[in-house]
Design a binder for this molecule. Structure first.
Ligand code: PRX
Length: 639
């Protein structure tokens, strides 16, 4: 029996507005988006809302010209918003900086001029590998201003992961910092960039922000300090086409290397600004805190761009949410009077583990809305968030979406009217999103039954394509169910129409809300001289969602030892980054595979978790019962 949590009447009065808007978004798509696209300014209005003549390459707001940096900054500086605080930045050490819309405008212009002076121009690709400092949104906005396509790489990735993204995006410029802080330690970002450049081709410029003051090497005629290249003044924002690319952001899938998800200049801002407004209904005077990292899509859409597009004041926090003490998050909420908090189930579970005494030691009465994102939230964490943090008065906005969707897709909509909440359900689709839950053959499953969630029509936030690989775009997202967007997740739609998102239907892991491809870690392992083959899967973890477990075989001439395992973990940390390090690495005599060469991850996982089903043939599509039996013996005979 699923519980329902009645929402205060004040939220419900508008539920009819939700249905009205939602239905209009489907029945009068043109009229709806003509109106909603006005949330941004257009230098030249678009001629047509949607061109779907080349499915699934949908184009939005045809021939419209606009610029993200203009929309986030310029349009405010002649209004009363000019002196409004755009970001309150809080460092891990507790330092704070505030920047107004005008201040940000000036700094973005100065950096944009610096980029132009270095010869960087419209269409060039720029990799941004930065800690959570103000120069990171400044760099993104400066690139957007001149039409350079930025590729933010999460600062927790290691040198190989960075090199791969520099190469794949074809970046000739890297913007970084000397170092960043994480739990009191300095991450030597510039040194990692140097190593990544050794592994990549043709980086011409490295721009370095002085931040941690750690010792770095500066290479003549390639490396420049940010402070030395900025130049005050005005840079005219480029008039970009709605379907010109704005940024590339890499994300993991089941097969192959990470995919560069490409988002554009028109549809993306229209989508994220509207979805932030619908879901959270932020008011002008609110303080919004999206406690994510800018290196992920949540940070792009809801720390940097959507809050600026709506002219809000945002908190940007540099450090870990439990450092130096487990009350860090509550301390920031109290100190800065945060009204809306958007964070991940992993964060909630972690802080819940520390106990109620930490939030109870702080005045959290400024909070009026709470959000969660990135993974399914379990009812226990939901209740704790609702009761202990929200004091039973803050609705929980569970936003379901992904890198490829640009912004929220399924979420309660405070602005339009929220339904009674059911802990663990993201409730209803936002306007423009037409989901369905399909069986393997593309038929609707019955209400209450589990299936694959798809979106049946395009929406403005949908990615443009996979950078440089249109084929992969079609294969990954539009092949399983023709011309329906396949999200890769399991879901249930219940009898009341609520969506329950149940996690990945593929072998993508969610480690602390971060999306990790099993194959990425396997590739990292087999690139080591000692390892012949590797299989990786996720072990359920009460806090992080998944932890990474690896089974591997050694090449001839190498013997297993605890020292070797530790050393391998250390190298994975350097090469790929701390979030990709397996918690356990088991050395076995063989990595079980099907005849066609597919690693039997499900079998290995089931044996490891001691959850072998009676009928093993259900475990792997392509494997014979004999093959599975053999696999079980190998794994059981493990290390
Ligand atoms: O499995 C879904 C899960 O996160 C995936 C997308 O990951 P990523 O592209 O890294 O974006 C994370 C931030 C949006 C989805 O395919 N996911 C995301 N939000 C939720 C979720 N699962 C359940 N409930 C959510 N609210």
């Amino acid at each position: 029996m699923v519980e329902t949590l009645p929402m205060d009447e004040k939220y419900k009065v508008h539920m009819s507005k939700y249905f009205e808007e939602y239905n209009r978004s489907l029945t009068d798509m043109d009229g709806f988006w003509n109106e909603k696209a006005k949330i941004i300014d257009w230098f030249k209005p678009f001629d047509k809302v949607l061109d779907d003549s080349k499915k699934p390459f949908y184009k939005w707001f045809i021939n419209g010209k606009t610029n993200m940096s203009y929309n986030c900054l310029d349009r405010y500086i002649k209004t009363e918003k000019r002196n409004k605080v755009a970001f309150i930045w809080v460092s891990e050490k507790g330092d704070e900086k505030m920047v107004t819309y005008y201040g940000l405008y000036r700094r973005v212009n100065a950096f944009a001029r610096g980029l132009l002076n270095l010869g960087i121009k419209r269409g060039d690709k720029v990799t941004i590998y930065m800690p959570m400092i103000l120069e990171t949104p400044i760099a993104m906005l400066a690139c957007a201003r001149i039409g350079a396509v930025f590729n933010v790489v999460f600062s927790g990735f290691g040198e190989e992961a960075l090199a791969q993204r520099i190469n794949d995006s074809n970046s000739k410029t890297v913007i970084t910092a000397d170092g960043g802080y994480r739990k009191g330690k300095i991450i030597e970002l510039k040194n990692l960039v140097d190593k990544a450049i050794d592994l990549s081709r043709g980086v011409d410029n490295v721009i370095v922000v002085k931040n941690a003051n750690n010792k770095i090497n500066m290479e003549q005629d390639r490396d420049y300090y940010y402070d030395d290249i900025i130049e005050e003044g005005y840079v005219k924002p480029e008039e970009l086409d709605s379907n010109d690319p704005l940024f590339i952001l890499y994300t993991s899938g089941t097969t192959g290397k990470p995919k560069g998800i490409l988002h554009g200049n028109g549809g993306y801002p229209v989508w994220i600004a509207n979805t932030l407004k619908w879901a959270f209904d932020p008011k002008d005077e609110d303080r919004w805190w999206c406690a994510a990292d800018i290196g992920w899509i949540t940070g792009h859409s809801y720390i940097v761009f959507a809050p600026l597009l709506l002219g809000l004041t945002s908190i940007m926090y540099e450090g870990a949410i439990d450092h130096p003490k487990p009350d860090r998050m509550w301390d920031i909420i109290e100190k800065y009077g945060v009204n809306i908090l958007h964070t991940s189930p992993t964060a909630i579970r972690l802080l819940m583990k520390y106990g109620e005494k930490y939030p109870k030691g702080h005045d959290l009465s400024s909070l009026k809305t709470l959000g969660t994102v990135g993974e399914p939230i379990n009812p226990a964490a939901w209740h704790w968030y609702y009761e202990v943090i929200g004091k039973n008065k803050c609705p929980i906005i569970d936003t379901y979406w992904q890198t490829e969707t640009g912004g929220f897709t399924v979420s309660p909509s405070l602005n339009l009217g929220i339904p009674d909440l059911k802990p663990g359900s993201a409730t209803f689709p936002l306007p423009g999103i037409e989901p369905a839950v399909f069986d393997e053959n593309g038929n609707n499953v019955k209400p209450g039954e589990k299936g694959y969630i798809v979106i049946k029509r395009p929406w403005p936030g949908l990615m443009l394509t996979v950078n440089g690989d249109d084929k992969r775009y079609i294969e990954t997202y539009f092949s399983k169910f023709k011309n329906k967007y396949f999200m890769g997740d399991y879901a249930i739609k219940d009898n009341d129409g609520y969506y329950w998102l149940l996690g990945r239907a593929d072998e993508v892991l969610k480690v602390a809300g971060h999306r990790i491809g099993t194959m990425e870690v396997e590739d990292g392992l087999v690139s080591m001289k000692e390892i012949a083959e590797a299989a990786v899967f996720g072990k359920p973890d009460t806090i992080k969602g998944d932890t990474i477990i690896a089974f591997a075989t050694l090449k001839d001439g190498y013997d297993k030892s605890p020292e070797l395992i530790e050393d391998i973990k250390k190298r994975i940390k350097n090469n790929l980054g701390p979030i990709m390090v397996p918690e356990e690495i088991h050395i076995v005599s063989a990595v079980p595979k099907t005849r066609s060469g597919k690693i039997m991850r499900r079998v290995i996982k089931a044996v490891y978790l001691d959850q072998l089903p009676g009928d093993v043939s259900t475990l792997e599509n392509e494997a014979s019962v004999d093959e599975i039996r053999k696999a079980v013996e190998i794994i059981k005979g493990g290390d």
